[in-house]
Design a protein around this ligand. Structure first.
Ligand code: AMP
Ligand code: GLY
Length: 414
């Protein structure tokens, strides 16, 4: 199978590494890629959000399967263009990707499907925002309605800050605060069948102890020792399946990866958000544990054959990844800093680029993530941090507490 991976983040590097391990993959191309994907895949340039250009590239490289990494190409209709060219595509249609592209649409689908989520109000005017803030009370949650790479959400006790964020965004969703640990559950689906991967947890805030602004994600671990095993099945039954059924009922079937972000509250799991693609950095840890060859699995989801696929196999143990971000992330990340130690096994590249002189330099906010697995979460964590310690990025920032609370937390909801 010839596979084209679209994107240039750590998620795409992790996808490429897993696909390169699959013996059924005879050719692997990544576009536009980064310095890490260039080591495992043929590199091609493309504007990933241009549907015609991506379809032309897929034909040019004779791809049997296109795997779309990020949300922006999906929302732009890339999967539709690839499928129209007769090539299988892992990733939902433009219409189905609205589950991520519009928070208001996602809320509408959840309401129709009876999926448990935070109560919310769609607001356009300052008066509507003020009313909704008072209805739900503090902490206030204000979300930009459109795509914002995980950074469009403000959670704050400061009413003025909540109002200011709303006025900067235009149309927003104001919602009830959900109290409880967060879980990211990735579900593969072909539009009908649903196959969950292992649950993971991401750390969204920039600073230790969950302080500072939200980011795209600063680290992750999987599986979750504190999450009762039956909760994964509960979430598939009460969230994933009804959502997939509702999307099919609307004649916009969702095929690809449904990323369910949840809070495990005292009243049970509540959806925080849907994404229409693999999460980053959770993908790094989930794929580190997946023993089933990835290409066949994604191809089955892309072609309506997921129900026939063999049950997934997983490696024992745990995986941890710690993100190294550039100076000033998430505001205006500094780029062009020279990285050393980035070409090691377990180093998953995000914003990196190889300069003409051969040096690898930073090229984005999240630069790389150091990933390790081991038989225990504690050991995986120590290995990930030991790997990170061998890497140098001037001004680089990382959290020191990824997976810390979960180490030794064998009891539910610790
Ligand atoms: P989202 O882009 O919707 O995933 O939001 C980003 C982050 O903001 C989430 O991962 C949560 O940490 C936080 N967040 C979003 N919505 C809520 C909510 N209703 N209650 C509490 N925290 C939230
Ligand atoms: N880890 C958060 C995201 O991928 O949106």
């Amino acid at each position: 199978m010839r596979v084209l991976v679209l994107g240039n983040g750590a998620r795409e590097h992790a996808l490429c590494l897993a696909l390169a391990h699959d013996p059924s993959v005879t050719a692997l191309v990544c576009a536009p890629g980064n310095a890490g994907t260039a080591a495992v895949a043929e590199q091609r340039g493309v504007d990933a959000t241009d549907p015609a250009a991506v379809a032309a590239l897929a034909q040019d490289v004779d791809a049997d399967l296109v795997v779309v990494g990020p949300e922006a190409p999906l929302v732009a209709g890339v999967a539709d263009a690839v499928r129209a060219a007769g090539i299988a595509c892992f990733g939902p249609s433009q219409a189905a990707a609205r589950l991520e592209g519009s928070k208001a649409f996602a809320k509408d689908v959840m309401a129709a499907a009876g999926v448990p989520t935070a109560r919310a109000r769609m607001c356009v005017t300052a008066e509507q925002v003020a009313e909704a803030l008072d209805e739900f009370g503090a902490p206030y949650v204000v979300k930009d309605d459109g795509l914002a790479a995980g950074k469009g959400v403000v959670v704050t006790d400061d009413r003025e800050a909540a109002l200011a964020h709303a006025s900067a965004c235009g149309s927003v969703v104001v919602e009830e605060y959900l109290d409880g640990p967060e879980v990211s559950l990735f579900c593969l689906t072909d539009g009908t069948a649903v196959v969950p991967l292992v649950p993971a947890q991401d750390f969204k805030r920039i600073g230790d102890g969950d302080t500072g602004p939200n980011t795209g994600g600063m680290g992750a671990y999987a599986p979750l020792p504190w999450l009762p095993a039956e909760l994964t099945d509960d979430i598939v039954r009460t969230v994933a399946c009804p959502t997939i059924e509702e999307m099919a009922r609307r004649n916009t079937p969702f095929a690809g990866l449904l990323y369910i972000g949840l809070a495990i509250t005292r009243d049970g799991p509540r959806v925080i958000e849907f994404n229409a693609r693999f999460g980053d950095p959770e993908t790094q840890v989930v794929l580190a544990l997946l023993a089933t060859p990835l290409a066949g699995l994604l191809a089955a989801a892309a072609t309506g054959r997921l129900a026939e696929h063999e049950p997934l196999r997983w490696h024992d143990g745990s995986a941890v990844t710690v993100v190294l971000a550039s100076a000033n992330y998430p505001d205006t990340p500094r780029t062009g800093d020279v990285l050393t130690g980035a070409e090691q096994s377990g180093v998953i590249h995000a914003g990196t680029r190889r300069r003409d002189d051969g040096a690898i330099v930073s090229a984005g906010g999240r630069v790389l993530s150091a990933t390790a697995s081991a038989s225990t979460l504690d050991e995986a964590r120590q290995r990930a941090y030991a790997l990170l310690a061998t890497i140098d990025l001037p001004g680089g920032q990382y959290r020191t507490d990824i997976a810390l609370r979960a180490v030794g937390a064998a009891h539910p909801l610790a």
